[in-house]
Design a protein around this ligand. Structure first.
Ligand SMILES: *Cc1c(COP(=O)(O)O)cnc(C)c1O
Length: 337
């Protein structure tokens, strides 16, 4: 099987499994799991914050951030298509009593700051209190420009908003730009990073921020049922990912670029602008054709998301040879063979 549905499908590598098996563990709810503690300090050091917290998933990590920045009756401004708004089951509203103010994203994955400004509510008891601006990087595989991040940080400061980054794939952005990840994360008050996407760990995310912020988030994590015990077995995978599987994201980007250029050379097939900015390629097929393509490919042991325009994601379990196989199969599909 060549599975291009998502980079969440990656399996732990042999080195990662060995690290997990050898992990020293303790009860993390007591703060006594040395491996979890090591992951949290490593994440904080890499992202450039005072502290970090190991969370069960990116959804939980983002929710902890929203609930730690905002009180009941506060509001966060977020992209209409952002994960923290659209794909987290409304958790901020349901569990945090936090009102989302979604805004349409620009084509490059940014939120127009003039539109954000217009959405900030005045201090008036008719309105929710606008507290937080939430960005996502990468956004559907797109890398947000560094200049924009600096502008967004200055903007948030000027308007008294906290700034959170859903950095599920922030290392993809850093590797793509060939910069230290702190060049990106340094602009934010808090950052959530997924260990279980392209970094290849089986489970988990880290939330990074100041010590008081992480202390608050730790309480919410316990309330949400995210206090884990001998979690060092999982944290060991996260440490291995951060120490050994960051720079290799460049291979995924190279494979995505190869895939995009291969698809573009097939008559009738197109890819969306910004495709292959990092590890995602979006075809321009009409939904019905996209569905048919997914069925065709599945019969050839290739999995792609069947919904609408096809999203093809490269990751550590997809090789360059696999990409050539996929291009050939899609070529066959397009020429009716
Ligand atoms: C995957 C993802 C998350 C978190 O998802 P989980 O499946 O809960 O780990 C958050 N934001 C973005 C942009 C993501 O892609």
């Amino acid at each position: 099987m060549i599975d291009l549905r998502s980079d969440t499908v990656t399996r732990p590598t042999a080195g990662m499994r060995a690290a997990m098996a050898a992990a020293e563990v303790g009860d993390d709810v007591y703060g006594e799991d040395p491996t979890v503690n090591r992951l949290e300090s490593l994440a904080a050091e890499m992202i450039g914050t005072e502290a970090a917290l190991f969370a069960t998933s990116g959804t939980q990590s983002n929710l902890l951030a929203l609930m730690s920045h905002c009180q009941r009756g506060d509001e966060y401004i977020v992209g209409q298509q952002a994960h923290t708004y659209k794909y987290e089951a409304g958790g901020a509203a349901v569990l945090g009593s936090i009102q989302p103010q979604p805004l349409e994203l620009e084509d490059n994955g940014t939120l127009d700051l003039e539109r954000v400004r217009a959405a900030i509510k005045p201090d008036d008891f008719h309105f929710a209190r606008t507290r937080l601006l939430c960005l996502e990087n990468t956004q559907l595989g797109k890398v947000l420009p560094l200049s924009y991040l600096a502008e967004a940080a200055a903007f948030a400061g000027k308007h008294g908003l906290a700034l959170h980054l859903d950095g599920a794939r922030v290392f993809n952005a850093a590797v793509k730009l060939k910069v230290d990840v702190q060049t990106i994360t340094g602009h934010f008050d808090s950052v959530s990073v997924c260990l279980s996407k392209g970094l290849g760990a089986p489970v988990g995310s880290v939330l990074c921020g100041t010590k008081p912020f992480i202390k608050t988030a730790r309480r919410w994590r316990k309330m949400l049922g995210g206090g884990m015990r001998q979690a060092g077995i999982l944290a060991a995978a996260g440490i291995f990912a951060l120490e050994h599987q960051v720079q290799r994201l460049a291979e995924d980007h190279k494979n995505a670029a190869l895939l995009a250029s291969g698809l573009q050379s097939i008559p009738g097939m197109g890819v969306e602008p910004f495709s292959a900015d990092t590890n995602m390629v979006f075809t321009t097929l009409k939904p019905q054709n996209g569905m048919a393509l997914a069925v065709f490919l599945k019969e050839r042991d290739i999995l792609v998301s069947p919904s609408g325009r096809n999203r093809l994601v490269t990751h550590l379990d997809v090789s360059e040879a696999d990409i050539r196989t996929v291009i050939e199969a899609i070529q066959q599909f397009m020429t009716g063979g």
